[in-house]
Design a protein around this ligand. Structure first.
Ligand SMILES: [Zn+2]
Ligand SMILES: [Zn+2]
Length: 391
């Protein structure tokens, strides 16, 4: 795998150090300035007052959500630094200890901070805003257009979540798309900063796929602003790791919402957890399609992706799956197999489905039937009047 070159590694590490201090300092200083202003009656208080006066409740909601996320993120960064220093507490401060602390922190934060950095700057080079491109055509292909009543908002959110489920499922089950989505799953530790990790081109495809579903189903473009606020706010929050929210099940809310615990399962590589929990806010479609998987205390989460990967190499982390796909296509014979590599699920090899997530999961459940509780199985059992379901 490329990216092993010593000088390249030094370059990656140098960029990481700059990104880490630049982003952290920006956040910490802004946080304290905002807090100071809030104590003086300005800052958050003034912001929320203003937003309530102008009935922009969407902004009020986002101000509160972002402050919560902000605090959790800083808390997680602080805790990880503390953990790194504690691990080395026997040793005296010096070059060796500095390096050990750096590597400990870099294992979790190098991929996330570098991906965030790249995600900030690539769009400045490639000016492609798919959302802006498709917005003018939004309701041109609608079967009908919904009204503004309260129940239409519930409908709109459910259609949004359906479009999320569809893109997310497709990006897990089609190898080319998996290459774009895999950086999000690469970290072997979970913190809020994992929410920042997206391959720069991923959004072009997901926006397009969501647009097709939303516009055909009659959701109006302006409804997407508050919906998007919830998606981004909640979608970031559910990445809070065990350091900040130990269980993350959120009590009774776990029955109605996708919780950090659900999303931890989504980021796990255990056979039971692979390719489950695709929704962001409401578990409805996961429940409908049988991909809802609660955390089981007896199956401890292992984060990351199943292949051997060097998480501290940005090249492997960000481009590794694309490189491997290219190699598989190059080394296989026949146009059909080359094409199949692009569209079949990750793990597929000519004539062999054994290593795909669906097969790995179903093999695991054959030997662990007591863990096989999906809503799909429950629905089928109801429909088939308690006849056993074959997998
Ligand atoms: Zn995913
Ligand atoms: Zn995630």
């Amino acid at each position: 795998m490329p990216g092993k070159n010593k000088y390249w590694r030094w370059f990656e590490n140098a960029v990481f150090i700059v990104a880490f201090f630049y982003i952290s300092w920006d956040w910490v200083s802004n946080f304290f300035i905002y807090l100071y202003n809030t104590i003086l009656g300005k800052g958050m208080i003034a912001d929320i007052n203003q937003q309530v006066k102008t009935h922009s409740y969407n902004d009020t909601f986002m101000t509160i959500v972002w402050e919560i996320i902000f605090i959790i993120t800083l808390w997680e960064i602080g805790l990880l630094l503390y953990e790194a220093v504690q691990k080395e507490k026997e040793n005296k401060w010096g070059l060796a200890k500095g390096k050990a602390v750096f590597h400990y922190v870099a294992r979790t934060f190098k991929p996330t901070f570098l991906a965030s950095f790249v995600g900030l700057y690539i769009p400045l080079l490639i000016k492609l805003d798919v959302f802006q491109l498709v917005t003018p055509f939004f309701n041109k292909f609608s079967l009908f257009i919904i009204n503004n009543k309260w129940y239409s908002w519930i409908y709109a959110y459910l259609v949004w979540e359906l479009s999320t489920w569809v893109w997310h499922y497709t990006f897990h089950r089609v190898r080319l798309f998996w290459c774009f989505h895999s950086p999000h799953h690469a970290p072997d530790d979970l913190t809020i900063t994992t929410a920042w990790v997206h391959f720069f081109a991923e959004g072009y495809f997901t926006t397009f796929m969501q647009w097709i579903i939303l516009s055909v189903m009659g959701v109006r473009a302006e409804m997407l602003i508050p919906i998007f606020a919830i998606e981004v706010g909640w979608g970031t929050f559910i990445h809070a790791g065990e350091r900040s929210l130990k269980k993350g099940r959120l009590g009774l809310l776990k029955y109605f919402l996708i919780t950090p615990s659900h999303h931890r399962v989504h980021h796990a590589k255990n056979p039971l957890y692979m390719d489950t929990n695709f929704c962001t806010f409401l578990p409805f479609w996961d429940w409908m399609f049988g991909t809802l998987q609660p955390l089981r205390d007896e199956v401890k989460i292992e984060y990351g992706i199943t292949r051997q990967m060097d998480v501290t190499s940005f090249i492997d982390f960000y481009f590794g799956e694309l490189i491997l796909l290219y190699q598989d296509i190059r080394h296989t014979k026949g146009c059909r197999n080359k094409l199949y590599y692009l569209v079949k699920p990750p793990g597929w090899n000519p004539g062999n489905m054994e290593h795909t997530a669906a097969m790995v999961r179903s093999d695991f459940l054959k030997t662990n039937p007591q863990l096989d509780h999906t809503s799909r199985k429950w629905i089928f059992q109801k429909l088939l009047k308690h006849q056993p379901v074959n997998h």
